[in-house]
Every structure is written in C-alpha cells, then in structure tokens.
Write a protein that binds this ligand. Structure first.
Ligand code: BGC
Ligand code: CA
Length: 276
C-alpha cells in the first residue's frame, strides 16, 4: 500500500502537526517557522522563528514556539501569548495535542536529540508537568473507548501505554509499552482510527505503520520519502490519511502525501479556553 504525493504541496524543512479543521488541512514547518493551510493549494498563514505544533481551538489555532504557547485567531488574524516557559537553552517545544476535555498536552525535546532534558506538560488554567526525562516528546493520542493515552519518546523506539482518567484528564498509571525497534526509523507522530488502531509515522522509516490495540503491526503504508513525521485523518468521510514529511540531508522530501483508508479516523480535539 502506497501513499500518493500531493504534487502542489511546497517543500518543507520539517513538516509536522497536521490538523483537519472545517474542510481544511493545517500543518506546520517547524524549522521553516510557518503555519500553512492546504485546500487544493497551499497558503501560508503565519510565520515565527520555529513553530513546533498546532492544535485547533474555537476560532483558529493554538500553536507552540520554542518556549511559549500562543493563540492565533483566524477570524481576527491576531496572536496572543497564553503561556511562556523558562526552558534550558537547548530545549524547545515539539509535538502537542488536546484531549477530549480540551487540555493541551505539549512536550519538549533536546535540540541535539541526545539528552533526556525534555518534559511533557499539560496546559489548562496553568502549566503542570506530566512526564519527565524525555529526549524527543512526540505522538500523544488518546483512545477514549478504552480510557488509554499513548505516548512516544522517539529515541526509545517504544509506544508507551497509560491508563487515563478521561474525567480528570490525568494519567492513572503506565500499563505497558509496545517495542517498535524492529521497524526502520524512529516512531514520531501518530493518530487513531474509529476502531482504536494506531497509525504511527516512522521518521527515517519511509512510512506509516498501523498497529492494533494489542500492539501488533497490521499494515504498512509506504511513503515515497524517508522522514515521515505525522499523520491525521480528514475529508468529508474522514477516510483520507494526510501525511507530513521532512526534508533529508540532501534536500529530498518535505512534501505532503495522502492515503485512502478503509476505516475513518477520529477528529482532532480542540483546546478549550474554559480551563483558563
Ligand atoms: C522532531 C525532529 C526529530 C524527529 C524524529 C520530530 O518530532 O521535531 O526534530 O528529528 O521528531 O525524532
Ligand atoms: Ca513529531
């Protein structure tokens, strides 16, 4: 099974964080410092030094910078800062996602990708630390039907599985982990379909691997470039898997891909200002 290149997508340094919102795909170029939208053609909505992730909210997007969380109103085209962290110099935000209650879980990483100097935080009315000793925070996603949170620290080549209290938006305990070290590359971003299967992007691994709830690999979607970073379901039937990629050392890759799946995905959850 092969994903199709979206030819009109412009090249990205580090494409990431795809979000499907009201018929439009939004995504970032982390190192290019851009938020883009794609709806048949690409538009650049916002630029900053680096933009590690975006999540939807009621009138636009909440996004990360190196050390802060900001709100971009797409109706007013205005930006406000919601949180600023005192991060060590070599640490930056990386992936971020919201749970069903609208809490933002965003993590940090060592820019040299070596030291466990990152953390996973939860942002509601304030910032709280959820996990420590993380090298590259990635891939947070929830399966509400089995009250589970999945999480990836990329260099560990594991998908961590937590029992999760959906009412309190809190981890109860770590249940197990899936070892994915037999697959090429490192696990990066991931999403879920409506039956609870995980679709995990492998950076350096040329594709997306689908895992069932028991952690068994059930299919591989090949992507025609090495560094596959993340994916999200979209389109009216929620069966198109949109895939982001990053450029490699000799400047190949960094485009969007899509794959028609048999099972629909789940929508991206919004950040809710209620907790503010
Ligand atoms: C990070 C990259 C990193 C990749 C693979 C991405 O989420 O933004 O800097 O190279 O994960 O670990
Ligand atoms: Ca990522």
């Amino acid at each position: 099974m092969k994903a199709k290149l979206i030819r009109s997508s412009t090249q990205l340094k580090l494409g990431e964080s795809p979000v499907w919102l009201n018929g439009v795909l939004y995504y970032v170029d982390i190192l290019g410092g851009k938020i883009h939208s794609y709806n048949g053609s690409v538009k650049t909505l916002y630029s900053d030094k680096i933009i590690p992730f975006i999540v939807p909210c009621n009138d636009g997007l909440v996004f990360g910078t190196r050390d802060s969380i900001r709100h971009l109103s797409l109706t007013r085209m205005e930006v406000e800062t919601l949180f600023t962290l005192q991060l060590p110099e070599n640490v930056r935000f990386n992936d971020g996602k919201c749970d069903k209650n609208g809490f933002l879980f965003a993590g940090t990483m060592d820019m040299n990708e070596k030291m466990p100097s990152g953390k996973l935080y939860r942002f509601g009315s304030e910032e709280e630390t959820v996990l420590e000793s993380i090298t590259i925070s990635n891939g947070t996603i929830w399966d509400p039907d089995i009250e589970t949170m999945y999480y990836i620290d990329s260099p560990t080549r594991k998908i961590r599985v937590f029992d999760y209290d959906m009412n309190k938006s809190a981890i109860i305990s770590e249940r197990k982990s899936f070892d994915v070290s037999s697959f090429a590359g490192v696990p990066d971003g991931m999403t879920l379909d409506s039956q609870g299967n995980l679709y995990v992007a492998f950076y350096g691994g040329n594709g997306i691997i689908k895992f069932n709830r028991s952690g068994e690999a059930v299919k591989k979607i090949f992507v025609g470039t090495k560094n596959v970073t993340s994916c999200i379901f979209g389109d009216d039937d929620m069966k198109t898997l949109y895939i982001t990629t990053a450029s490699d050392k000799i400047n190949r890759g960094g485009h969007l891909y899509k794959f028609r799946n048999d099972i629909p995905g789940i929508p991206s959850d919004e950040f809710k200002f209620l907790h503010q």
